[in-house]
Ligand binder design. Structure first.
Ligand SMILES: [Zn+2]
Length: 352
């Protein structure tokens, strides 16, 4: 693009620091695996979610085929829970796997729990290998490398323990929860360090379960642990994008106070204009085109219209509000990218 003055990596990182950009970054901070991209590159889930070679091919297709200006691996969120001893099932071409069995089922399991070893456990070594393979490719075209790590409360309640048990322990034995939360901080920090060592420059710190709790609880069971983890990850030199799922309007102002984070990836349920008003300029914002109704089911025109609205409303990074749906048509993915090029100079941080 002739109008580009910054590289995609410079642009994305500047936006995360809330510094001027030439136009909005169009970055794949949420999962980018779609069936259309699988068909374009010949790497399919579940293999492309299990082995480094397929992960690299599919991640690269988001850049090469769709024009998204980053690469991100892997494409599901259960890496840590699986590496800790959990089991996944329902591996499909057009769907992410689900948790079948959790690593922690009893209070005794909490005592026994040790953070997984990224060089040894589950698919962690494959993710690290994929990042190492992506580094020279990404360097050639100056695009960022992003990888997800669960924030502590979300790791516990979505991937380590059945959510029902978590809620029960919080009521009957909160100390048990807090003991586990400390170990969950450590789990994320150890894994993030390995991802950063392998070459990831941005950690997508996934707070996807926050939307299930009230503000009071968020401040007790999620925010302090996320602050502890995010600060440590930032100290290692990485950018930290905190992700929210579902309607977190009641939390957003306080979410922006999580120490160490550069940015919040706002779920589509919260209006971008309201998000900006709630957060001010405490952190950068990313989002939040609707991944289902707009990107999977809508037309390219609707995608462009909603992307334009997000840009005008104050997002700093153009992307969906959550992971790209696997059945997103390629033309809709390309429409989002096109909207970023067409309207990106209207972004809050764009030089006038
Ligand atoms: Zn989400």
């Amino acid at each position: 693009m002739a109008d580009d003055e910054m590289t995609p990596k410079e642009r994305f990182h500047a936006a995360l620091r809330q510094e001027p950009v030439d136009r909005i970054p169009i970055t794949g901070i949420t999962q980018t695996g779609t069936v259309d991209l699988m068909e374009a590159c010949g790497a399919y889930w579940p293999e492309a979610n299990q082995k480094a070679e397929g992960m690299v091919k599919l991640a690269w297709a988001a850049y090469e085929v769709a024009g998204i200006e980053s690469v991100r691996v892997p494409f599901d969120v259960y890496i840590e829970g699986e590496a800790a001893g959990g089991e996944l099932y329902k591996w499909k071409k057009d769907n992410q796997p689900m948790m079948k069995k959790y690593a922690i089922e009893t209070p005794e399991d909490v005592d026994k729990y040790e953070p997984p070893d990224p060089k040894r456990d589950g698919r962690m070594p494959e993710v690290l290998k994929a990042i190492e393979m992506l580094v020279p490719k990404a360097e050639k075209v100056n695009i960022p490398i992003i990888s997800p790590v669960f924030a502590p409360f979300s790791l516990i309640s979505l991937s380590l323990v059945n959510m029902v048990n978590v809620m029960m322990w919080l009521k009957t034995d909160p100390d048990l929860y807090h003991k586990l939360a400390k170990k969950a901080v450590e789990t994320g920090v150890i894994y993030a360090e390995a991802l950063i060592d392998a070459g990831a420059d941005t950690i997508f710190y996934n707070g996807g379960a926050d939307g299930t709790v009230k503000l009071d609880d968020f401040l007790k069971i999620s925010q302090p642990y996320s602050s502890e983890g995010a600060k440590k990850i930032r100290e290692m030199g990485a950018y930290v994008v905190y992700h929210s799922c579902a309607n977190v309007k009641h939390l957003l102002k306080d979410m922006a106070d999580i120490e160490g984070i550069h940015c919040i990836s706002v779920s589509q349920e919260v209006d971008m204009k309201e998000s900006r008003e709630l957060v001010g300029d405490k952190v950068a914002l990313a989002g939040n085109v609707d991944p289902t109704y707009t990107l999977v089911k809508g037309t390219p025109e609707k995608v462009k219209e909603e992307a334009k609205y997000c840009i005008e409303s104050g997002t700093d990074v153009l992307c969906p509000g959550c992971g790209w749906g696997p059945t997103t048509p390629l033309e809709n993915m390309k429409a989002l990218v096109a909207a970023g090029h067409e309207f990106g100079k209207m972004a809050r941080l764009a030089r006038k």
